[in-house]
Design a protein around this ligand. Structure first.
Ligand SMILES: *Cc1c(COP(=O)(O)O)cnc(C)c1O
Length: 492
């Protein structure tokens, strides 16, 4: 066994050094006199003792175990795992952005304010909205803040107590109903029709004087454009409700259409998805919200204002829902998004959506002979397959996902949206080369053939990974969260 898989503590040797610092000139007994006795260490700290190279190999080894967009194709539907150009990282690391402090005097942070202001202006254009707040730290927090704006609006109209219900289609991302509940609303599920869209009749039956609003993503999580969106917006507005746009699928519509044109009142964007920030490890993200004019007063405070003398921070917004995040949101993510928008330009952003949609349709067409395609129409930036044909052969969607790992691909989103049985949800994104799309399609086709002829190859996968199938139920119920040397799987 090489030492790369060992813990640093296991390969530690007393006296081995990875550094050398000059001897301190400070009298140690004097230090002990100054510090309170209970804070003075009696025993050495038991830190591992290693050479610099051993430490280097250890951490490089850990990073090599990671899978990310820079190591391979990552078609995780809904999550937009696209390549994030390194220019954005360079810009975010400029000293003036990276070493700024949120409490430094306003006149010394004018550049940062200007960047945020310009980003707001760009996002207004992208969304067709009239005002933006960069505060929310993720899509889900944007949803929650947006629904608090719904609430504030209905309360201002004297209908706060009456309008208690948020309508959410059954294809929605799980954060939608969750945010509605956290914002204090009751959730009413709207059934999708046989075309995978919001059913107009089901919607009409659900709206009423108790409707606070409808949450929707367009294209929806099946990758299908809600072609009736204008009528949907009219129905909800006529009933006195508002429309919330979940912008996580903006990668499909950049420069082509806007939620504003579609009739939405409040939107969020996931800058870490559509506007290029490395994500997937849990953050940081940025989920700015945009609103139409008549909701501007409710946006989170404080806000950045442009005045004749420069940029200032305004805090006097009596109708605002308040502050939803410290300072001005995740500024570093906003710098990356601004850099991305400026480096792509308006035409580049249009091209993003054209290529994202083209790639998804290409993959869908290549896979359609081998997998069930529950919806036949052209998709937008992602599409769903059903593994029902393979299930009859004894292979489940989970098995297909596990087998893909042996081919070096990250698995698509599986078992979501909930309305498609044995669902595989595939989002190739615009940044992949055709060769990569073809390699993935070839793997998927080979797996479909194996499912038919030799299903055990698929149900036994993965064969090439450090761990095979995990016992997810036991892992959730009895989690082992400390390193166990006796775990044979981890040792490999
Ligand atoms: C990712 C996603 C969200 C949630 O966004 P976070 O930034 O992860 O909180 C909501 N809706 C859809 C459709 C998504 O893909």
């Amino acid at each position: 066994m090489t030492t790369y898989n060992s813990l640093l503590f296991e390969i530690s040797k007393p006296g081995r050094k990875g550094y050398s610092l000059p001897e301190t000139e400070v009298d140690q007994t004097a230090v002990a006199d100054i510090l309170p006795a209970h804070l003075v260490r009696e025993e050495p700290a038991e830190l591992p003792e290693l050479s610099e190279l051993q430490i280097m190999r250890h951490y490089t080894g850990l990073s090599n175990k990671n899978f990310g967009i820079e190591t391979g194709f990552y078609p995780l539907g809904s999550c937009t795992m696209k390549y994030n150009p390194k220019i954005n990282e360079d810009i975010a690391r400029y000293s003036g952005f990276a070493h700024i402090h949120p409490l430094q005097p306003e006149q010394t942070a004018q550049g940062a304010f200007e960047l945020m202001h310009r980003l707001e202006e760009n996002l207004k254009e992208v969304t067709g909205m009239d005002a933006i707040s960069l505060q929310p730290a993720a899509g889900a927090q944007g949803e929650w803040a947006g629904l608090l704006i719904f609430k504030a609006y209905h309360q201002a109209n004297g209908e706060g107590d009456k309008r208690r219900k948020i309508l959410v289609p059954d294809s929605a991302h799980g954060t939608n109903p969750a945010s509605a509940v956290v914002a204090g609303y009751d959730v009413v599920e709207i059934k999708s029709n046989e075309h995978g869209r919001v059913g107009i009749e089901a919607l009409k039956a659900a709206v009423g004087p108790d409707t606070a609003g409808l949450m929707l993503t367009n294209p929806n999580t099946l990758g299908l454009f809600e072609v009736d969106i204008v009528e949907i917006a009219e129905i909800v507005h006529e009933a006195g409700g508002l429309l919330y746009y979940d912008g996580a699928n903006a990668n499909a519509i950049l420069g082509k259409s806007t939620p504003g044109e579609m009739g939405f009142d409040v939107v969020h964007l996931n800058l870490h998805k559509s506007f290029s920030t490395p994500h997937g490890g849990g953050g940081p993200g940025s989920g700015p919200i945009g609103v139409k004019d008549y909701l501007k007063a409710f946006l989170p405070s404080p806000r950045i204002e442009k005045t004749a003398e420069g940029f200032t921070v305004s805090r006097d917004h009596p109708q605002a829902i308040g502050r939803v995040k410290g300072y001005f949101g995740n500024f570093g993510v906003n710098v990356r998004a601004y850099s991305y928008i400026r480096s792509m330009g308006a035409e580049g952003l249009q091209q993003v959506s054209e290529d994202a949609v083209l790639h998804a349709n290409y993959l869908k067409a290549r896979l359609a002979p081998y997998y069930d395609t529950p919806y036949q129409d052209h998709c937008k930036h992602e599409f769903v397959l059903s593994g029902m044909r393979q299930k009859k052969q004894g292979v489940r969607t989970l098995d297909i996902a596990k087998r893909l790992l042996d081919y070096g691909f990250y698995a698509p989103t599986v078992y979501f949206p909930l309305i498609v049985e044995e669902c595989l949800m595939i989002e190739p994104t615009e940044t992949e080369a055709k060769e990569e799309l073809d390699a993935f399609a070839d793997a998927m086709i080979e797996i479909a053939k194996d499912a038919e002829n030799d299903p055990e190859i698929v149900t036994g996968a993965p064969y090439t990974k450090a761990v095979r199938r995990l016992d997810e139920v036991t892992a959730a119920r009895k989690p082992v969260v400390t390193f166990q040397r006796n775990s044979a799987e981890l040792k490999r």
